[in-house]
Design a protein around this ligand. Sequence first.
Ligand code: E4P
Length: 217
Amino acid sequence: MQLFLDTTDTAVLKDLATTGLVDGVTTNPTLIAKSGRPMAEVIAEICGLVEGPVSAEVAAMDVEGMLAEGRKLAAIATNVVVKVPLTRNGLIATSEFAVEGIQTNVTLCFSAAQALLAAKAGASYISPFIGRLDDHGADGMELIREIRAIYDNYGYDTEILAASIRTPAHVAEAAIAGSDCATIPPATFEALFKHPLTDKGLEQFMADWAKTGQSIL
Ligand code: E4P
């Protein structure tokens, strides 16, 4: 499973990238606003920090605007993936991007029917928003399972990118459900490393090791 970082914080990205476990990055207009930086500048910096896909979202709502913005974003670096909202216009733009060989991440997906349309339009990635569905009283993980079944039934190669992740359990459940990727906020990514029994076990092992008076080197 590919693990992406959902951030525009390049200091945090640099730090987590040293683990070798960050396969890509996703951004959205909210995260760009949070960075306080020009979008082209921050996307270019992120693309220089990770080799994998970096999603950069269009802001236009009309097809021609999406195409113009998407082409400009795609020209920033070869690993830019143009993020397009799951609207009728967004899927028309997605089809054109597919013809032009521009990678796309269709975002704000909240139903299996939407995900089916995105795959038919030739999306490279589909982003179902698990956490926001859970917040809404639905079962976000069930959406991942439904999309997996549909894509497998018809052999669509659109990758499922579990988004709006809130907890380490979301990441594990998305992996079990067959999601190809998950995009994770930095604090949740850090939490993936941790378990209280790991800390407790390590503390005991180190205490017992100290009693031996040995040194491995
Ligand atoms: C990533 O592509 C999405 O924009 C992001 O995961 C949304 O997360 P949120 O629901 O926590 O804002």
